[in-house]
Design a protein. Structure first.
Length: 99
């Protein structure tokens, strides 16, 4: 018999935010890493604040879509679309606002 896995709602939302902030934003992190390498005197607090801000901003944006019957279909579609966009960005070098 298979047991159902019970996950806390807040933990699920945090994991979704972390996945979107890290995996689906790899091109953004690479671009930010290049910018930070060219700066003089970058403090560690600034570097730490970047992922914290991105996770917080994504949590703020994703929370309205976290209702019980909307959560799974919405995030499944969003995961698929984000995967396609990340693949195109990594494979073909397409990036918006590349100044």
């Amino acid at each position: 018999m298979i047991k159902k896995i019970s996950i806390n709602f807040l933990f699920l939302m945090l994991m979704i935010d972390v996945v979107f902030a890290t995996l689906f934003n790899i091109p953004v992190w690479m671009h930010l890493f290049n910018i930070i390498n060219n700066l003089d005197g970058v403090k560690i607090g600034f570097i730490i604040s970047l992922p914290v801000f991105l996770i917080s901003a994504l949590n703020f944006v994703f929370t309205p879509f976290s209702f019980r019957y909307i959560l799974k279909p919405f995030f499944c579609i969003l995961f698929i679309c984000s995967s396609i966009v990340t693949y195109a960005t990594m494979k073909y070098g397409v990036q918006f606002d590349k100044q």
